[in-house]
Design a binder for this molecule. Structure first.
Ligand code: FPP
Length: 294
């Protein structure tokens, strides 16, 4: 009995388990505590046979996903646990975001998309919303030189028209300052909602049909993708969400059809360069089949 439990029986479930646990303090969905002690040998063998990368393999630039999207969640919980106002959580979130942009650039990520304010976030208290815009102003004013020097290209997705005039001016300045840069593209999703983005894309394509530039039967996935705000960029390879919730919250619904998800328990202000790298390691343990067979 023991033999079958330690052997092939476990091997069957190896497909669903990462090879090793992330380092202490890093909790990632899908990791079974204590699993590696009994699973390691079988999982290693199984992964070798299937040609997958192991969790503890050194991270190399060639392994880095081209597009990483992040739902930066948990600023409020981080603050509440410390008896601080929510604004302190957002400020700490801004600092974490700065470090992750640096890490993404250092690792040679091509596109980083950061969910910074959703179309649904307007229902929050006025004071909190005002603080978030203040933070956006502060971030772009303080970081624009470093971002420009890093050859970062800043892009905004979402309806920036509804943002305060001062914030619009700041982000427009940052956009223009970095528009010719050829390095990491950082897309800030501000007043962004994926359904609204898809509706606008469909309206654009329908407009072309109305003007007889396109026949309805010629509407393709490429035509819709080209009308989205993310046109011209690859779909995300990896989507990270912090703070434990496992939902998408109206983020990049079209673009994540074949994205790998990593859900991290850590709140966003606690998310460090190490967590970023561990999330990429977790991504590397996945076998991407895009609906096919391997
Ligand atoms: C979600 O946490 C976070 C936000 C709605 C805002 C994200 C903003 C930042 C990371 C700050 C910097 C952004 C820019 C672009 C400068 P939450 O408030 O919903 O947390 P909770 O679920 O714990 O309440």
């Amino acid at each position: 009995m023991t033999e079958s439990l330690e052997g092939p029986g476990k091997q069957d479930s190896a497909e669903f388990l990462p090879l090793h646990k992330p380092p202490i303090g890093m909790k990632v969905w899908g990791v079974c505590d204590g699993g590696e002690a009994s699973m390691g040998v079988w999982t290693t063998l199984f992964r070798k046979l299937r040609g997958k990368r192991s969790y503890d393999q050194p991270l190399l630039a060639e392994h880095i996903p081209a597009h990483i999207a992040i739902i930066m969640d948990g600023n409020g919980r981080w603050a509440r646990r410390r008896g601080l106002p929510r604004s302190a959580g957002h400020h700490a979130g801004m600092l974490a975001m700065r470090e992750v942009i640096r890490a993404a650039d250092d690792w040679g990520v091509k596109v980083l998309t950061l969910y910074s304010f959703s179309t649904e976030n307007w229902i929050r208290p006025r004071q909190e919303i005002d603080y978030l815009w203040h933070l956006v102003d502060e971030f772009f004013q303080l970081d624009i030189e470093e971002l420009a020097e890093r050859n970062v290209h800043i892009k905004i997705i979402g309806d920036a028209g509804k943002l305060p005039a001062a914030t619009r001016a700041t982000i427009e300045k940052a956009r223009i300052r970095t528009m010719d840069n050829t390095g990491l593209v950082v897309q800030f999703a501000l007043n962004y909602g994926s359904r609204s983005e898809i509706v606008k894309a469909v309206q654009t394509v329908a407009g072309e049909v109305e003007k007889h530039e396109l026949r309805a039967c010629d509407i393709t996935e490429d035509a819709i993708a080209a009308a989205l705000e993310t046109a011209g960029l690859p779909d995300p390879d990896l989507l990270i969400r912090t703070a434990g919730d496992q939902r998408i919250s109206n983020f990049l619904l079209w673009q994540i059809a074949y994205t790998e998800f990593v859900f991290v328990d850590e709140t966003w202000p606690n998310f460090s360069r190490t967590h970023f790298e561990e999330s990429i390691r977790m991504y590397l343990t996945r076998e991407r089949r895009f609906g096919g067979l391997k």
